[in-house]
Write a protein that binds this ligand. Structure first.
Ligand SMILES: C[N+](C)(C)CCCC[C@H](N)C(=O)O
Ligand SMILES: O=C(O)CCC(=O)C(=O)O
Ligand SMILES: [Fe+2]
Length: 412
């Protein structure tokens, strides 16, 4: 759908696209393609190092080995298992097609051994680098407190959530768009929290257990197990793959304070990108370490995670994960002194953005209200509190949550 929109948006500008040809065309062709707009033609050229295709307002370049590798014929690709049969290692790296033909909907290439590949033109648009570059892997709505509040995202109630797939789909759609979502009226027990969680996906067991429930008893070597305030952070930044989703359910609180703070890390990252691309680049290129060291009675834990603060897809600069935990950030020894100052400046800019009061969403978690947080995107924190407060929850594996979303027809 998104691609189709891109496609439609760009089509009008096709005529104005100009480009200096990289190398002398060997062969050119042109075909009016009836299935789109009347004047939507598709032009192609066999260049020395790639096949150039102009179609649907895009100028696309396909490497020849790529084209051979992506043959979807029955002998090259098993469409029952969606797996490649073709041995990529057997393709001549200097391969070129011997014949090219285009009809209304398809491109046909004949290879030196006589094998013919048919590519649907819309498939090529969708799967081209140029097409991919224009669309987001994950469409999102970046938010500050006002944007999120004005969006009036509805909470889903437990009964409907458990019984109706459409409700689960709405919930996941909101979760993917905003990075947070709530289920209300859940029985205030660990079991019910587990049930509601399993409706979404598979629980990720960690050093904290599967389902956990904690109070301020300092049973683990971490500030979370106290009554102290916690500044905004992502959890398990010290895992090589930080947990994708965090679930919180406050089962009881007899006291004051203890509100939960939520901040959209991608909103702030985007501000850094807009204001200072160099700072964004530093935060996305320079790897740092996070660490968790804990000594329990007869057992100890030492976790280390290495990666940049901002993890981005290099082809479109889309952020897909933020690691931000000033408590758990380890000694920095992965940055040469010549870069350290600039990195701290960049980190400060991101910190300033994350700390702007207008970016803070404060919620008081009450028994019955289960919060799902995208731990790769939305930072959480808490206000200090008094009295007995019991919080339960768990982590989810990200791949499996996205899998559920895709199975319901969502883009994830
Ligand atoms: C959620 N639970 C209480 C189980 C664990 C808390 C882990 C806290 C740790 N500093 C981190 O940020 O990962
Ligand atoms: O107590 C809270 O509200 C959250 C503490 C925390 O950051 C955590 O458990 O990960
Ligand atoms: Fe946390």
């Amino acid at each position: 759908m998104a691609l189709l929109q891109t496609f439609l948006k760009l089509r009008g500008s096709a005529q104005s696209v100009t480009r200096a040809w990289g190398c002398a065309p060997v062969m050119v062709g042109s075909k009016r393609c009836q299935h789109t707009a009347p004047q939507d033609t598709c032009n192609w050229q066999l260049l020395d190092d790639c096949f150039e295709l102009r179609y649907g307002g895009l100028v696309m370049h396909f490497n020849y080995v790529w084209l051979r590798d992506h043959c979807r014929s029955a002998s090259c690709y098993n469409s029952k298992t969606n797996q490649r049969n073709l041995d990529t290692g057997s393709i001549d790296l200097d391969i070129r097609p011997t014949k090219t033909r285009v009809d209304e909907e398809n491109l046909f290439l004949t290879w030196p051994d006589g094998h013919i590949t048919r590519y649907n033109l819309a498939w090529l648009v969708k799967n081209s680098y140029e097409g991919q570059k224009l669309s987001a892997i994950q469409p999102r709505i970046l938010w500050n407190s006002e944007i999120y509040t004005n969006a009036k995202v509805p909470s889903i109630s437990w009964e409907k959530f458990m019984s109706c797939d459409e409700e689960l789909k709405t919930f996941l759609n909101n979760f993917l768009l905003y990075g947070i979502a709530f289920v209300e009226d859940v029985p205030a027990t660990i079991d019910a929290t587990e049930t509601v969680t399993k409706r979404v996906s598979i629980i990720r067991e960690t050093i904290y257990g599967r389902m956990w429930s904690f109070t301020s008893d300092f049973s683990r070597g971490d500030t979370a197990y106290t009554k102290l305030a916690l500044d905004r952070h992502t959890d398990t930044s010290y895992f090589q793959e930080p947990c994708g989703i965090q679930v919180f359910h406050c089962l009881r609180h007899e006291g004051t304070g203890g509100r939960t703070l939520l901040v959209d890390g991608f909103y702030s990252a985007n501000k850094v990108l807009e204001q200072s691309p160099e700072n964004f680049e530093l935060l996305s290129r320079v790897p740092i370490k996070h660490e968790f060291i804990e000594t329990l009675g007869n057992h100890s834990n030492h976790m280390i995670g290495i990666g940049p603060v901002l993890n981005v897809y290099p082809w479109n600069n889309e952020v897909y994960m933020i690691r931000y935990n000033n408590y758990d950030r380890a000694v920095i020894n992965t940055i040469p002194h010549s870069v350290a100052q600039r990195w701290y400046v960049a980190h400060r800019q991101l910190t300033d953005e994350l700390r702007k009061p207008e970016n803070e969403l404060w919620v008081k978690l009450k028994p019955g209200k289960v919060l799902f947080i995208d731990n790769w995107r939305v930072l959480h924190g808490r206000e200090s509190f008094t009295g007995l407060r019991q919080l339960c929850g768990c982590y989810l594996t990200r791949d499996d949550v996205l899998n559920t979303a895709r199975s319901l027809g969502l883009q994830a």
